[in-house]
Design a protein around this ligand. Structure first.
Ligand code: FES
Length: 88
């Protein structure tokens, strides 16, 4: 199971966090991953100075903060940070 938290603080909101939420929801639905990828929102993660949205990805124990993710690079993000960790 993978836990993804998308920053919905005001700075990330302006940089596309709502779009990121939509992209995640669509992908999770289309691949039937409701039980695999758990999506949530978080308050500001303190990385607002980066261009793009801040997210955390974790396994419930450890989590990685990844800043500067743009909606345009969603597929790349998914393929490098989410897909390789599925079904483990
Ligand atoms: S608003 Fe997202 S890191 Fe600050």
């Amino acid at each position: 199971m993978i836990f993804v938290s998308i920053c919905i603080g005001s700075s990330c909101h302006l940089k596309g966090s709502q779009k990121m939420v939509e992209l995640f929801e669509e992908k999770i639905k289309s691949e039937n991953l409701d039980d695999e990828v758990i999506l949530s929102g978080s308050f500001c993660l303190g990385k607002c100075n980066r261009e793009g949205v801040t997210l955390t990805v974790g396994d419930g124990i450890n989590e990685e903060i990844i800043a500067g993710v743009k909606p345009e690079s969603f597929n790349e993000f998914w393929n490098t940070k989410i897909a390789p960790n599925l079904n483990k």
